[in-house]
Design a protein around this ligand. Sequence first.
Ligand code: ADP
Length: 592
Amino acid sequence: MMTSHHPEEPEATVPVPHLSQGEQQAETTAELSAITRLYELSTRLVLSSGLEALLEEVLHAVIELQGADFGNVQLYDPVSKRLTIVAQQGFKQTFLDCFRSVSVHERSACGMALARRERVIVFDTETDPAYKTYRHMAVLSGYRSVQSTPLFTRAGDILGMLSIHFRLPHSPSAHELRLTDLYAKQAAEMIERHRMEEELKRTNEALQKARADADVRLQVFQLILDRLSNGVFLVQGPHLRLLLANQAATTLWGAAWPQGQPEEEFLHQHGIQLLTPNGQPLPPEDLTGRRAMTTGETVLHRQLVICQSDGTRLPVLVDAIPFENLSLLSRPLSALPPTERVVLLVYQDVSTLKAAETLKDQFISLATHELRTPVTIIAGYADRLLGRSARGGEYGLNEWQREKVQEMKQASWQLTSLTEDLLDVTRIQAGEFKLELRSVDLVALTERVVRRIQATTDRHQLAFHTTLSQLWATVDAIRIEQVFSNLLSNAIKYSPDGGPIEVILEEHAETHEARFRVRDQGMGIPHAQQVHLFERFVRGENVRASGIRGTGLGLYLCRELIERHGGQIAFESEEDVGSTFFFSLPCIRAVQ
Ligand code: ADP
């Protein structure tokens, strides 16, 4: 009869005999020895003996406990749904060869136990009708009774099966079954623990391999970085802690920046200063890395100067590129949270470029200085010739001669203005530019310039609009006149068909600013050139195509002059419609 047992409730059909005192004593002794054995097994479990050896011992103990003749422990693979023998006692080799790994069959004792998730007891294989299919197996293997106890994980999943076999029909006592269950639990514990350990081992191995891979990749990365001539480093988080740097970076700073140290701390510790191109110390909140770190935006080609502790100054161009997710890279580099933003900083040493630029500026400055005197002489003589000719007499010039001398005078004035612009640019570049500030009435100044420039053209109508009678500001009057001259002569030059040109002045009381607008209805500026218009030598494609001459220096100077006064300059323009240039200057007070 095939019966199944729930571990807690002994099978009713298995008779529970009344025990004599001797039998009770034997049971207690058996229980004691089982507990001792279980204790020993758990100690061995802690010491991590091989799983198979441990399972064999459990099996041995159960066989001994129930007086069985042989048995086995199988492990269950839920994917292939197969049971594989891992420990056995007493089976013949031929049996093992055939049944080492079997797919679970409903009709076998273990298949039944698996399906029902509970122990199955076949009291006599010869008479149990449910065991009919397997009877020949029992005969072949030499057993008449079999008991299969499923092994469960703590979560209740099947781990395997503990089966014992008897040569004769056998009916276990409740006590034997209880102890068998204890052994089964122990076996399940062993298997589960072993699986967990194996899993842990595999994870650890995978982790170690991943680490080794990452380290190799990092080494290659570092090797490549060290070959670069630019200083390259990665910083992470709001404190700009160093993740890695190349050799060129160390040369650039004149000191080695240890991994993990915040940038500010490193600079401070080594007495390194970062300066703006004008020589002003860079405030800590304006560190290029910090800018990219806080805004998440790329900073490109920022000009700075590194001032090393020994006073060596290195002009550099700095790029800062933020990365949101470099956790893979940062793992082997630091223990910092991988979620923090990483910024790649590239410092390009531009000393040689700067030296070449200085040389070029010196050359331009020298050449323009040398040009100045002859140009003044030509202009002076042309003036004198025209003056004398106007008085008549023996120095009188005929019509053709007067016209040519007039052209000479015009050309030499153009040359003078070009040399003056070039000299201003070289002074600005060399940081030798100074403003002569004094209190000036901007209303009077504007009226004066507008009048002067109007005198140079008949085809344009210049108008100055303001509701203010005076507006005082501390400015360099000559330089502000220069700005006006540039803007107004551009408005004239780039409105070749003539037309109105307006200058508007307003006071913005809230910000204490004088705000100017210079508006024309000329050729306008193509969109493609608008972004770079205030840079040196930049000119509109339309004006080049029209053959209107110019240097592209005027607006650069205007911006430098206005910004040095603490103001701002901008423009709006549309091709073939016109342009409006705006600029502001801080003012002192307004009287209406
Ligand atoms: P330049 O006039 O000598 O070329 P600027 O620096 O003064 O140099 O001006 C740069 C360019 O800006 C000019 O070449 C022209 O293309 C454009 N520009 C400036 N002002 C105007 C204007 N009022 N209208 C149209 N284009 C202008």
